[in-house]
Ligand binder design. Structure first.
Ligand code: GUN
Ligand code: ZN
Length: 432
């Protein structure tokens, strides 16, 4: 059945950093949906028909749903854990918590909660790390499929330097990953990501196994972490003494490609930057996490200049918010400290089409193009009294977007559509 969703419509067709002709804004626009897909986007007057059911979101903004390309599903009860940097944080808080995901009832309860949180924050797709247990990936995919939500996910492979309860072996990691991949990759909107956690927790034998999987399934993403923290880098290089640098651990196992998503990429050497650019591997900026764990300041402009494709993500629970708006807020501040600017148009492009491009999924998500998924976020820049007061003095779309970027969170997400279905216990504009 067709449905018309009316509001102030905004989407992007180019990166505002590259082109002045980068977005489309329809002050009284509408999105025609059918069967979970977008059929047309135009001025409301051109699409309205008396027989068509419609939902009116004016004066709110409607954009493609946010995409979170790096998040940890088993860390919903790790977020906001005090006082540690990366390696201590992993051992003190994260590994013990992830151990609980061996229990499929726990994993199922957390998976439903996790996806509902994403939706509450306007995020309609994510690339998620699960725990080492196949049960955790089963739980997440099952919950995502029930919501018809496009998820990229994989069980982490990790066979050393962690609690025994969160370790697999090279063979078990390979076998479990392959079985999950065969079952879930390409089933509806689900995609499997081969997920070696990072070099520290994978032996050379396990890295071999991840390389073998990546060669067998070149259509699958590979997600991991790199160069987040200085101690992490030193430890990694001591564990892989033959590696030229951190990236070389992944490179020498055949993992570099346009499908490789590397969380963090903060402390990079010249050779690494060059090879990231040449191989098309993606660098994923995780602002709230990088501040929370005291990891460092991402060099967006340096990477961009070298030709590296970047994405921006929450990294919950190292990250401290599920909100892509709050992620862009902290991203703005990190770039300020670097002497770099994040214009609001660039920010909203990044969290939608930019992240879709980094995932190679720009035809189906992060866009309002006909044929793409009807995954939408409806944003209210007057969601709180402080925002409403600030908005009295906003005159342009960019100012409104910046207020959302700096002051917004889940309260600003008036509605989230996944595959054409409204998923949030909605507010109506009339009820404020
Ligand atoms: N490096 C390896 N595992 C993790 C994780 O769970 N979170 C973060 N932020 N970095 C990691
Ligand atoms: Zn992470």
């Amino acid at each position: 059945m067709q449905h018309l969703i009316r509001g102030r419509v905004l989407d992007f067709h180019a990166d505002p950093a590259d082109s002045d002709d980068n977005h489309r804004y329809l002050p009284d626009g509408a999105i025609l949906t059918e069967g979970g897909k977008i059929v047309a986007v135009d001025d409301y007057a051109n699409l309205a028909r008396p027989d068509l059911p419609e939902t009116d979101h004016r004066p709110w903004l409607i954009l493609p749903g946010f995409i979170d390309p790096h998040i940890h599903f088993p860390q919903v009860q790790v977020i906001a854990s005090w006082g540690a940097q990366l390696l201590d944080w992993l051992h003190t808080y994260t590994f013990p918590e992830e151990a609980r995901f061996a229990d499929s009832d726990h994993a199922t309860r957390m998976a439903g909660f996790f996806l509902d949180q994403l939706i509450a924050h306007g995020t309609t797709s994510a690339a998620a790390f699960c725990s080492v247990h196949a049960t955790s990936a089963e739980a997440l995919f099952t919950a995502a499929e029930a919501r018809d939500m496009a998820m990229i996910a994989g069980k982490v492979m990790m066979d050393r330097n962690a609690l025994p309860a969160v370790q697999d072996t090279p063979q078990q990691g390979y076998d479990d990953s392959k079985r999950l991949l065969e079952k879930w990759h390409g089933r509806g909107r689900q995609r499997y990501a081969i997920t070696p956690r990072f070099a520290i927790t994978s032996s050379p034998e396990q890295m071999e196994a991840t390389g073998a999987l990546a060669r067998e399934y070149p259509q699958c993403h590979v997600q991991t972490h790199m160069s987040e923290n200085l101690e992490e880098i030193d430890f990694t290089l001591s564990l892989y003494p033959q590696a030229r640098d951190y990236l070389d651990v992944y490179e020498s196992h055949g993992l570099l490609s346009e499908r490789l998503l590397l969380g963090h990429c903060i402390h990079l050497r010249e050779r690494e930057i060059m090879r990231l650019a040449e191989s098309g591997s993606r660098a994923v900026f995780c602002p709230t996490s990088n501040l929370f764990l005291g990891s460092g300041l991402f060099d967006r402009d340096g990477l961009r200049k070298a030709g590296v494709t970047t994405a921006v993500a929450t990294d919950v629970g190292g990250g401290s918010s599920y909100s892509m708006l709050q992620t862009l807020n902290e991203g703005y501040k990190i770039l300020q400290l670097r002497g770099q600017m994040l214009h609001p148009l660039q920010a909203f492009h990044w969290a939608t089409r930019g992240n879709a491009l980094a995932l190679g999924m720009q035809d189906s998500i992060g866009t309002l193009a006909p044929g793409s998924a009807a995954d939408l976020v409806v944003l209210d820049a007057r969601a709180t009294p402080a925002m409403a007061m600030r908005m009295e003095r906003a005159e342009t779309l960019s100012e409104e977007l910046f207020i959302l970027q700096i002051m917004g969170d889940d309260r600003s997400v008036a509605q989230t559509y996944v595959s054409g279905r409204p998923m949030k216990a909605g507010r109506s504009p009339a009820s404020g």
